[in-house]
Design a protein around this ligand. Structure first.
Ligand SMILES: [Fe+2]
Length: 332
């Protein structure tokens, strides 16, 4: 890569799909289709896939024991952007490989490249998604993707500086804002990174001082953006009716102004279903620091592991256990 030329790729990468590994297929169908209102597109013994727009697959559950998100797909605008990212990996001697044709079809895409990303999540890069003109059959009125991509991912990290640098160095992520929340004398810092017009595609959460990670799963939550406020409120009620207790009640975030609730998925990580987050105007935006996560609402009910962690942090306990395990980072 002697003649590799650096080009800014901001705005040309967006979240494309998420893959979780689970054995709880029946629960996942109830959760995604009956509660959150997605379109169930495929159901075999080995794989479920769900649609939210004209992409053939957006959320995939593959048979396996992890009960976690294992792969995250990012869509890049064109071959140049792909080569730019791969060139950066080459220059940092980060290993990557090309997926097979059948693996691509499993994901509803044409072709992809992958690497072991932060926290060991497999990151996958693709250009073309396979689309379908089959009408959507789902309880939600619709989901917003378009130039913003598919919602966002929030990750707790014990190596937050490296994780943030990874997204900045290889994907030209920009800092949108930060939230500092003091709870029981402990400060939680969340850094919100954008790859495009979406307020954030990646949020990185850390505890100030010694970085602990109380979350079993690789991500803390995945966000999906619905088109109508009623999609949020009715999904909230359906979660309660179908035995999926909400973790954080409906509320509005200080920074992206999204009205949302959080519910633990069958695999343990949470899904945030939200409406109307702001988009960023690059000509005027200045990063700011907020001192609370929500303007109103988002009350924990019943207490989740995350909530318990935050509130019982002073006693340490589970967070301390995370110190025994190293967290994978592709960069030093
Ligand atoms: Fe979120």
């Amino acid at each position: 890569m002697a003649n590799f030329q650096y080009q800014d790729i901001f705005g040309q990468v967006k979240l494309g799909y998420v893959i979780a590994e689970s054995n709880r297929f029946d629960d996942w169908i109830r959760f995604m289709q009956k509660c959150l209102g997605l379109h169930l597109a495929e159901q075999t013994d080995q794989q479920l896939s769900f649609r939210i727009d004209d992409y053939q697959k957006r959320f995939i559950v593959q048979r396996g024991d992890a009960e976690d998100v294992t792969h995250i797909g990012f869509q890049v605008a064109n071959q140049q952007v792909l080569e730019q990212i791969l060139g950066r990996f080459d220059s940092r001697e980060i290993e990557y490989a090309q997926g097979t044709h059948s693996e691509a079809l499993q994901r509803g895409i044409q072709n992809f490249w992958y690497l072991k990303g932060p926290k060991g999540i497999q990151l996958e890069l693709f250009i073309e998604a396979i689309k379908t003109d089959q009408p959507l059959n789902m309880l939600a009125s619709g989901f917003y993707t378009a130039d913003s991509g598919m919602g966002h991912i929030a990750i707790t990290s014990r190596k937050p500086e490296k994780m943030i640098r990874f997204w900045q160095e290889f994907f030209d992520a920009r800092l949108t804002d930060t939230i500092e929340q003091k709870i029981n004398g402990v400060t939680l810092d969340v850094t919100f990174l954008r790859l495009n017009e979406r307020h954030h595609s990646i949020a990185v959460a850390q505890t100030r001082g010694v970085h602990l990670d109380p979350i079993r799963t690789a991500i803390q939550h995945m966000n999906l953006q619905v088109l109508d406020l009623e999609d949020v409120t009715m999904a909230y009620q359906r979660c309660k009716d179908n035995g999926f207790p909400v973790a954080w009640e409906v509320g509005q975030h200080t920074n992206d102004r999204e009205v949302s609730f959080y519910v633990p998925s069958p695999s343990g990580f949470e899904v945030e279903l939200g409406w109307a987050p702001i988009t960023i105007d690059e000509t005027t935006w200045q990063p700011v620091k907020h001192t609370s996560i929500s303007v109103w609402g988002h009350h924990p009910k019943p207490p989740t592991k995350v909530h318990k962690f935050i509130h019982e942090f002073a006693q340490f306990s589970r967070g301390m256990q995370s110190l025994r395990h190293d967290e994978y980072s592709p960069i030093d």
